[in-house]
Design a protein around this ligand. Structure first.
Ligand code: 5MM
Length: 338
């Protein structure tokens, strides 16, 4: 498949991406919150339960995996990429090595992982991956994000994307402006504008074919401690405006991260965005917490209760599938949950 076709399939109307690429440290936090030991077998159990849910076929276009997961074989006898592909879903892989402290700018990070990336990509392709993900992290504060953080993270994202396309896979470009802090929605709009601009400058310099990429941005949203709350309509308007002004129209798909929003908030906001989407972008979800929080709770109650875990996941995937078409509503949320 051509890169543009893969990108469009990942973000197909009614579907989105499941971000199940928590590194061992991140999944440790998630499991701690439900009192589950962070063992390889438990990580496999949880993930294979999600990847074998009925929602996969109807509402999921791609799954982002972590290095450990793409190599695992399920108790059903299939490898994880085989299980995912069986449902017609595209397997993908997180290839960054994490956000590390940035020399020269206290409290900011640079995402690492470029060394040896070309070789790692060849292996991931053989294991079945057809798209990849790299996340850059920017925090908002008095002096943040610095020019240094915006420039160096964009440069790394572009070098990553160029290598991924050379390996015949679609790069997901994830510049995440964090929700942490008390900044208002306009500050998030301004910082996201600067971040996106620099990313597309660098992607252009590195000759990345934008038709074969997917953008995974944050929504334009006030900081978690901001006193001025914004409605879903305001968030949608500002988010779409920011994307229209800063994302080139060749980009086929935009799949948001949930970033700490609740499951319902992330569905509602995505729905509002799609209700007013007058662009050619396929706008959808690439949620980690926004898709998995309820299923994770069920897993914590009883790891063996596959039915309840899958029920929770199927419901969230269906709700977000509706949001990707602007067809979600609070009534459907309640009816379907019942
Ligand atoms: C699922 O979490 C992903 C992995 O995080 P770490 O590399 O820190 O372990 C993360 O990159 C994720 O893809 C995005 O942040 C979106 O997840 P949320 O939970 O924000 O929707």
């Amino acid at each position: 498949m051509e890169l543009n076709e893969i990108a469009k399939k990942m973000c197909e109307k009614g579907k989105g991406i499941l971000a199940a690429d928590e590194s061992t440290g991140t999944i440790a936090k998630r499991f701690k919150s439900i009192n589950v030991d962070n063992l390889e077998q438990n990580r496999l159990n949880f993930r294979q339960t999600l990847f074998n849910s009925s929602a996969m076929k109807n509402y999921i276009g791609g799954v982002i995996l972590f290095d450990e997961t793409i190599r695992q074989t399920t108790t059903l006898g299939l490898t994880i990429p085989e299980l995912i592909s069986k449902h017609g879903v595209i397997p993908g892989i997180k290839v960054d090595k994490g956000a590390k402290p940035m020399a020269g700018s206290n409290d900011e990070t640079i995402t690492e992982g470029l060394d040896g990336l070309r070789e790692r990509l060849k292996e991931y392709y053989k294991l079945g991956a057809r798209f990849t993900k790299w996340r850059a992290v920017y925090k908002i504060g008095n002096d943040f994000p610095s020019k240094q953080s915006i420039k160096s993270n964009a440069h790394a994202l572009a070098r990553y994307a160029a290598l991924v396309q050379e390996s015949k896979m679609v790069p997901i470009i994830e510049p995440e402006v964090l929700m942490d802090g008390s900044h208002n929605i306009d500050k998030c709009y301004d910082v996201t504008t600067d971040v996106l601009n620099e990313c597309y400058n660098e992607l252009n310099t590195h000759k990345v074919d934008l038709k074969g990429t997917v953008l995974k941005p944050n929504m334009i949203i006030p900081g978690i401690d901001c006193k001025e709350k914004s409605s879903a309509e305001q968030i949608a308007k500002k988010t779409l405006d920011c994307l229209k002004k800063n994302v080139p129209s060749e980009v086929p798909g935009i799949a948001f991260l949930s970033g700490g929003q609740t499951e319902i908030e992330s569905s509602k906001n995505l729905n509002e965005i799609n209700k007013i989407n007058d662009t050619s972008f396929l706008i959808t979800f690439s949620y980690g917490r926004g898709l998995q929080a309820s299923a994770l709770k069920e897993f914590g109650k009883d790891q063996k209760n596959t039915e309840n875990i899958q029920k929770a996941f199927n419901h969230r995937a269906k709700m977000n599938g509706l949001s990707s078409k602007g067809e979600w509503s609070e009534k459907l949320e309640k009816d379907s949950a019942a």
